[in-house]
Design a protein around this ligand. Structure first.
Ligand code: TYD
Ligand code: MG
Length: 451
């Protein structure tokens, strides 16, 4: 066997390959992100290998996934009911958001029953131990390894054979086999591939932590998404104490499921009833605030959207959103103008989803539109009212999925009134909540009284 050397150019943001250097990546359109990467090509002739036999579908033996709890209910929920043996989970998120803390908490719990290993290339053993003490984690069985070298890491894995491994973080590992720097696309891909192989062979749960970086210096974990079974992302504003974990990809569960946590001095605490944390039916009514019933994964979530509309001092007014899609807001402002009679072209409009959550579903439209109108008119909605519904370009209010679940959640938390799409109204509406079913945006606006 003889090895032939060849170079390719790999984008450090998305991992796309190009045969020669170009200034802009063809795939993700980032500038100046291509780096040279040498590849070893094996020149073994294919014909000399015996062809693998194919199997009939009905001959494939089906074994059930073996799952076990992570020790943290909200994490189990996003994983699709706990860790699956032999699966590889990638957890991404901004630095400082709580990735290391959460996984340390999970391993501490698991260490009571199974062998676990926490491998860190980011912090010293002392720093990890100090954090564990500060957070009140007592786990004498938790094995810790501070190492950056992949060959040493796999050596330790082979000898200890842990059931659950955390790699903190994948960008700090490097393999002796490659000349490129730790964190480069080639290194990240190679080290991850070896860890994935180990996980599959030994039936180990492998959890890879990855930093999401905007620049090109460190490889973002996006290139890893294809190699792993489950991808979870940490979300949340630095200033807010809420943290959400969202499943982006999951071979063993539903995507878009979320887990909700609150940051405390004792680590991340689960929030099993998130709606109650985000909204309060007894708050003081004030203009521009609307409680929205959204759906996150398998459960409804009540959240608050706030809008502030103010006369703009400049010819080109500001539109700013936090946690809401800004294109969607532009569309809603146009619909409000054409079908609600509210000209907003000379107004600055700010919209915020409170608590650092990101709302992506169109069912938020009606709440955003009513929050804008409420702020513009300086008239509050009644505080015990919730709103949901998609708004179409013709000013119609369209039905949303799982309307009944949203209403039940609202009724459970003490909300007394709801503006909903007409088609979401059915005979079996929950008790104790007055339903205002609307067909058009203008109708919703006329019914948003303050008491
Ligand atoms: P850390 O878990 O290190 O973030 P990441 O691994 O994502 O970079 O958390 C950052 C710091 O915040 C760390 O010093 C511990 C602290 N922290 C708490 O005190 N309580 C918490 O609930 C969390 C999540 C973090
Ligand atoms: Mg960390």
């Amino acid at each position: 066997m003889q090895a032939k050397r060849k170079s390719v150019f790999v984008c450090s943001v998305c991992g796309a390959q190009a045969p020669k250097w170009v200034g802009q990546c063809d795939d993700c359109e980032s500038w100046n992100t291509l780096v040279e990467s040498r590849i070893e090509r094996s020149t073994v002739r294919r014909a000399t290998r015996s062809a693998p036999p194919a199997q009939r579908l009905d001959e494939v033996s089906i074994e059930r996934d073996v799952r076990f709890s992570s020790g943290i209910g909200e994490l189990d929920r996003v994983l699709g009911d706990g860790y699956v043996e032999g699966s590889v989970v990638l957890i991404g998120g901004d630095p400082g958001i709580g990735k290391s803390t959460l996984l340390l908490q999970s391993l501490a719990h698991l260490s009571q029953s199974v062998p676990v290993l926490y491998i860190t290339g980011e912090e010293s053993a002392q720093q990890v131990a100090m954090r564990a003490r500060r957070l009140g984690i007592d786990a004498p069985e938790l094995a810790l390894l501070t190492e950056n070298n992949l060959e040493d890491v796999t050596g330790c894995l082979e000898s200890r054979k842990p059931r659950v491994v955390v790699i903190d973080s994948i960008q700090t590992l490097y393999s002796n086999q490659l000349t490129s720097a730790p964190g480069s696309v080639a290194q990240v891909r190679e080290t991850a591939a070896q860890l994935v192989r180990f996980a599959k062979r030994e039936n180990t749960v492998m959890i890879l932590i990855g930093h999401v970086t905007k620049g090109g210096a460190l490889a973002g974990p996006r290139i890893l998404e294809h190699m792993v079974d489950t991808v979870l992302y940490f979300e949340g504003e630095k200033s807010s104490r809420f943290r959400l974990i969202r499943a982006i990809k999951n071979r063993f569960g539903a995507v878009n499921e979320i887990g909700v946590f609150a940051m405390t001095e004792r680590g991340l605490r689960e929030v099993s009833n998130p709606s109650a944390m985000f909204v309060n039916p007894n708050r003081d009514p004030s203009p521009g605030r609307v409680t929205l019933a959204t759906q996150e994964g398998s459960r409804p979530l009540l959240a608050e959207v706030q809008a502030l509309v103010d006369r703009s001092p400049v010819a080109n007014p500001k539109r700013l959103t936090v946690g809401i899609d800004s294109n969607r807001l532009s569309m809603l402002l146009a619909v409000l103008h054409r079908h609600g009679g509210y000209p907003l072209y000379d107004q600055d409009v700010f919209v915020n989803a409170v608590g650092g959550i990101k709302i992506t579903e169109p069912a938020a439209d009606l709440a955003v539109a009513l929050a804008v109108v409420s702020s513009l008119r300086d008239k509050p909605l009644r505080q015990d009212m919730i709103v949901f519904g998609e708004v179409g370009l013709a000013g119609e209010v369209r039905p949303v999925q799982r309307g009944l679940d949203r209403l039940r959640e609202a009724a459970k938390l003490g909300f007394k009134s709801a503006i909903i799409p007409h088609e979401n109204k059915s005979r079996s509406m929950p008790q104790g909540i007055g339903i205002i079913a609307v067909k058009r945006l203008s109708e919703a606006i006329s019914k948003m009284r303050s008491e």
